[in-house]
Design a protein around this ligand. Structure first.
Ligand SMILES: Nc1ncnc2c1ncn2[C@@H]1O[C@H](COP(=O)(O)OP(=O)(O)OP(=O)(O)O)[C@@H](O)[C@H]1O
Length: 641
């Protein structure tokens, strides 16, 4: 449903079922938030998600990066040169050590003290230093350019999503939870850019370093390299197995975090009901139980995550011990120099570190690609029919009178299941139309169609004789003012909230509107009057006052047609009187549609539409309908018997 329809006259069951619905939504929201938090963390221990079409998503991402691809080219070039420096450094260190060692031995043989000069190892040390400085500089270049690439891509996708959201039909929002959509536009995209900057960069330099280091190791000794490869293979197998295990444990932990957050949220929002039923004990026991489960799951997940690296390092140490024994023999036998001996160990380190990380890095990348896929899923959603171009769009007369004609309108939220089959009625300018009917009869739907929140499946809706379908939606909606039971206030000052539909309104106009809505007095009692800052869920403003503020908002816009959801029984009688008066001021001389919950308030309506199962079963004035002695008369008598 596009807008609220919550309060009704029937008693506490309604209130409780509504409360339960809100609770369910809150609970789901909390789980979404927890999930979103987990998603945003981007740690390698996330639940493993695999893209449905890895290469398809990569290709599409590449297309989305058009215009920024040169940055990626620079990154690749920087990585190649960096890897060259990085791999060359240990080999050159072998030369540095051998030159220094030869000069030290020569000095000892000649009985003089050894000092490092340009010709006695200084030149090699300077070059060695230069190699590392170059590597460091290129590393910074990679990170800097990749950050630019990732953030530009992020920005362009975020813009596409923002534009797309305004073109999606309301049907899309009906089928998706708000947290889910928000998470696509924020967490999923952030995860992508973070992973591009860390994961992909790491993967590309890891692959380059592993290949380079193994090549150098093979050049030095095939035997020693073979020993290393056997141990590396074992450690890779273990990493793969353990990473699956850690992901499973992390997912379990995340589930408990979600449940605990939702339970605490529920206990918080339902505190009054919980206390009134004396259920504090069981509520806090549930929190304790979940906390215990979370602690146990966290212990297992932390152990698995923290134990893996030492285990892999231990295996690599074993390889190093064995290689040290074999290489020591080769050193003594003169097959390798002391410089090569130490260089080999540096290569073991260079190759083994990325190897231990590789499967985590690949998991993280897969996870990020799955996120990107979800973003593309939204971009692929079907859009609303675009508005006609301004030059061809049907235009309303300059002064809209407010004549509304529904002719043989057909509609269904689901095209397979028609709800409205043949709705016809005609409203003259300035008339008050009351829509009545049981819950789910289609009252809100009628308004949804009038405002073109949904497109009709057949027939026509005309405003002042102009087919609303041929108009641009903003032109149509500019003529309506809606006052709903769910009075939506946003984070801003009271004045800004009243001037929402006309941000250019002067302070005098705002105050005048508030006076007409009977809310000026209340606003003046607030700490900073019209400049008081309010938040959407500010509990200091009651439901009735919120509604009066939204009435002031509509008064300020001075629309030709009004849509009012009748005052509810949840406000006190004085506020209700204020609301009724404010609404009457508003309705004076304008076409108005009132969704009526109490028949007593609509006896003066010019047209009553009695709805049932999506169709208008009776229409006419109060007197006419009573005279017909049909279902309306029964309903009226049942309320006033
Ligand atoms: N967005 C939606 N998607 C699918 N079905 C919907 C949607 N909104 C309403 N419906 C269904 O359409 C029917 C009419 O709903 P509608 O909200 O128009 O009734 P209503 O008369 O306004 O009810 P209430 O008095 O409870 O507000 C109901 O069966 C409802 O379940």
């Amino acid at each position: 449903m596009a807008w609220d329809k919550k309060k009704r006259d029937d008693g506490s069951d309604e209130l409780f079922s509504e409360n339960a619905r809100l609770e369910r939504e809150r609970k789901q929201g909390a789980i979404d938030d927890a999930q979103a938090m987990a998603d945003a963390s981007g740690t390698p221990e996330e639940e493993l998600e695999v893209p449905k079409d890895t290469w398809g998503t990569v290709r599409r991402l590449w297309r989305a990066a058009a215009g920024e691809r040169w940055r990626f080219g620079v990154v690749i070039a920087a990585i190649l040169v960096y890897t060259g420096f990085h791999v060359a450094a240990p080999a050159y260190s072998a030369r540095v050590i051998d030159v220094l060692w030869a000069n030290i031995q020569a000095a000892f043989a000649e009985g003089r003290a050894f000092t490092v000069g340009w010709e006695t190892g200084g030149r090699e040390l300077a070059i060695y230093f230069g190699i590392w400085t170059g590597a460091c500089a290129l590393y910074s270049v990679q990170c800097f350019v990749m950050a630019g690439f990732a953030e530009k891509l992020n920005l362009s996708l975020r813009r596409s999503i923002a534009e797309k959201l305004s073109r999606l039909p309301l049907k899309f929002y009906d089928g998706h939870k708000p947290g889910e959509v928000v998470s696509r536009a924020t967490n999923d995209l952030d995860k992508m850019s973070e992973v591009l900057q860390t994961g992909l960069l790491k993967l590309m330099s890891a692959v380059g370093t592993i290949i380079g280091a193994l090549y150098m190791m093979l050049c030095y000794s095939v035997l020693l390299t073979a020993i290393f490869l056997v141990f590396a293979f074992v450690s890779t197998l273990i990493t793969k197995g353990v990473s699956k295990w850690t992901l499973r444990l992390a997912a379990e932990r995340q589930r408990y975090v979600g449940e605990l957050t939702a339970t605490v949220e529920e206990a918080y929002s339902g505190r009054l009901i919980i206390k009134s039923f004396n259920r504090e004990g069981s509520s806090s026991q549930r929190v304790h139980e979940l906390s215990d489960k979370l602690a146990r799951a966290s212990r297992r997940a932390d152990f698995a995550t923290n134990a893996i690296s030492p285990l892999i390092r231990f295996i690599i140490r074993l390889a190093q011990v064995l290689i040290a024994v074999v290489a020591g023999g080769m050193l003594v036998g003169g097959q390798i120099t002391i410089g090569v001996f130490q260089a080999f160990f540096q290569y073991i380190h260079q190759a083994s570190e990325p190897l231990t990380q590789l499967s985590f890095t690949i998991n993280t990348l897969q996870n990020a690609l799955a996120s990107v896929e979800r973003v593309f899923d939204i971009l692929d959603e079907g859009e609303i029919e675009p508005d006609p171009l301004p030059e061809v769009a049907a235009k309303l007369p300059a002064a809209v009178e407010g004549r509304v004609d529904f002719s043989r309108v057909r509609f269904g939220y689901d095209s397979e299941k028609p709800l409205m089959r043949d709705v016809t009625f005609h409203v003259k300018p300035g008339q008050k139309v009351a829509i009545v009917g049981a819950t789910g009869a289609g009252k809100t739907t009628l308004i949804n169609l009038l405002m073109r929140f949904y497109e009709i499946g057949g027939g026509s809706i005309e405003l002042d004789g102009v087919d609303t379908h041929a108009m641009a939606r903003p032109d149509l909606r500019a003529n309506f003012g809606m006052v709903l039971q769910d009075a939506w206030l946003f984070d801003g000052t009271i004045a800004e909230n009243i001037a929402y539909g006309r941000p250019d309104a002067t302070r005098e106009e705002i105050v005048r509107a508030a006076e007409m809505a009977h809310v000026d007095h209340f606003v003046r009692t607030m700490p900073q009057g019209y400049d008081t800052h309010i938040e959407n869920d500010a509990e200091t403003i009651s439901q009735g006052q919120r509604q009066l503020l939204t009435i002031a908002r509509v008064i300020l816009c001075n629309p030709a047609i009004l849509i009012l959801d009748e005052a509810t029984s949840s406000v006190d009688t004085r506020t209700e009187r204020d609301i009724v008066q404010a609404m009457e001021t508003l309705m004076h001389g304008r076409t108005s549609f009132v969704i009526a919950h109490r028949l007593s308030t609509i006896v003066d309506a010019d047209l009553i539409l009695h709805m049932r199962a999506g169709t208008i079963i009776e229409q006419g004035t109060h007197e006419e309908l009573l005279a017909e002695n049909g279902p309306y008369a029964d309903l009226y008598r049942s309320q006033f018997a």
